[in-house]
Design a protein around this ligand. Structure first.
Ligand code: RFL
Ligand code: PHB
Length: 393
């Protein structure tokens, strides 16, 4: 099989890239290791930056998001018995975010891809990218019991943090910058209306807690837990009690409890793979970088990468100049490092470091107090949370 762009992975990055290329008249083939139901049900992100929502609309993938997504104009910080709201539009010249689950973004993009008739193969696992430095790189993959080859002009590995794309960089051509954190998130999905209209980020002596949502009927809740925690060891009652304890402030009321339908523990790490290109192989999304989830940046970074690739390729086709495509890695990495910085900073100001000292506690409170009292500090948070400009914007 032959195509212009071979895309590995049908997560948000791969699916959106296929759609953006289709709209620019560029053919592509998407190879996805898992089945469709798995891709559509994997519980992950919930927050779309302003720019991400705009890109989905421009790609014709925004209709259901605009009907069912929830526009959010702010978040609430809770710390030291205080509640403080950050109002996005007034601090950013009108920008906001949308609560629309990643599962739904993925469903919408899969439906569009199948409707437009573009090739999307499920249960097609890429095994290796070969001849990446040549003008015709290949993806070797397994599908329907046999091994096959996809010949391409470009390969974009959108295969997440454990994919094969990264391993096609020969030794010495890339560097990985990485950082771990001594804590993790226990995330639960609960069949109960969100107890607050906006997301609540709480810093507490016993650890961080986040009250989020998937819809007006479904809550998504997170607790900081020690790295390596077994989710099964937390009873439903213990989860609710701890959420109440960490998010409770005078006047906040108790959380509305409901059945917990899923639970999982997510490790926290930061990782950047530099560069994001080798020859005609490009990395996009989690394949190139990981952020701790606190800043809600992962999916939005993935969108920025594939927008940059699609714009760069379209520019080359239109003008014959590979200038933008050549700058892909550099342009994406600038935005990636800004998101790494923001995610790190929000993570470390809100989580309890088990090795931390009382001095660190005081410093956290001082940083939060600054956000609550200085417009410049609140503006900084709001600008980063609602999203910095995409490459080539
Ligand atoms: P994905 O979604 O991991 O998709 C990669 C796809 O590639 C497939 N694959 C392969 N296919 C073929 N051959 C192979 N060899 C393959 N190897 C892998 C996989 O099956 C999969 O379908 O990566 P992508 O597209 O880069 O998207 C990235 C986002 O999924 C991720 O950054 C976000 O979910 C991160 N994230 C959040 N991001 C936000 O922007 N806002 C949020 O609110 C937010 N909350 C979160 C999050 C991630 C979380 N977890 C679980 C890590 C909350 C959590 C708890
Ligand atoms: C989520 O709803 O999954 C979510 C929201 C905000 C975050 C992280 C995760 O910062």
């Amino acid at each position: 099989m032959r195509t212009t762009v071979g895309i590995i992975g049908a997560g948000p990055a791969g699916l959106l890239l296929a759609r953006l290329l289709h709209l620019r008249g560029v053919d592509s083939v998407v190879l996805e290791a898992r089945d469709r139901a798995y891709c559509e049900q994997r519980q992950r992100a919930g927050i779309l930056e302003q720019g991400t929502a705009d890109v989905l609309r421009a790609a014709g993938a925004g209709a259901r998001m605009d009907r069912e997504g929830l526009p959010h104009n702010g978040i609430e910080l809770r710390f030291d018995g205080r509640r403080h709201r950050i109002d996005f539009p007034s601090l950013t010249g009108g920008r906001a975010v949308t609560v629309y689950p990643q599962t739904e973004v993925v469903k919408d993009l899969i439906a569009l891809r199948l409707a437009e008739g573009g090739p999307l193969f499920f249960e097609a696992e890429a095994l290796a990218v070969e001849d990446a430095e040549s003008p015709s790189p290949r993806v070797r993959y397994r599908h329907e019991g046999g091994e096959r080859q996809l010949e391409c002009d470009y390969v974009v590995a959108c295969d997440g943090s454990w994919g094969v794309g990264r391993s096609a960089f020969p030794a010495g051509t890339a560097r990985v910058f990485e950082r771990g954190y001594p804590y993790a998130w226990l995330g639960v999905l609960a069949e109960t209306p969100p107890s607050s209209a906006e997301l609540v980020y709480a810093r507490h002596e016993r650890g961080f807690a986040l009250l989020s949502m998937r819809s007006l009927e479904l809550s998504r809740l997170y607790l900081q837990v020690p790295a390596g925690t077994d989710a099964a060891r937390w009873s439903d009652e213990a989860v609710w009690d701890e959420l109440d304890h960490r998010t409770g402030t005078p006047g906040a009321g108790r959380l509305e409890r409901g059945p917990i339908t899923s639970r999982s523990v997510t490790a926290m790490r930061s990782l950047v793979h530099e560069p994001m290109r080798y020859g005609n192989l490009f990395l996009a999304g989690d394949a190139a970088h990981i952020v701790p989830p606190t800043g809600a940046k992962g999916l939005n970074l993935a969108v920025g990468d594939v927008v940059a690739f699609a714009r760069g390729l379209a520019h080359e086709r239109r003008t014959g100049s590979s200038r933008h495509l050549d700058a892909y890695s550099e342009l994406c990495l600038r935005r990636v490092w800004q998101a790494e910085r923001f995610s790190y900073s929000l993570t470390t100001v809100l989580h309890r470091d088990p090795e931390g000292t009382e001095f660190d506690d005081r410093l956290q409170l001082a940083r939060l107090d600054r956000i609550a009292t200085a417009r410049s500090a609140a503006t900084h948070l709001a600008e980063n949370y609602t999203g910095l400009p995409f490459p080539l914007d």
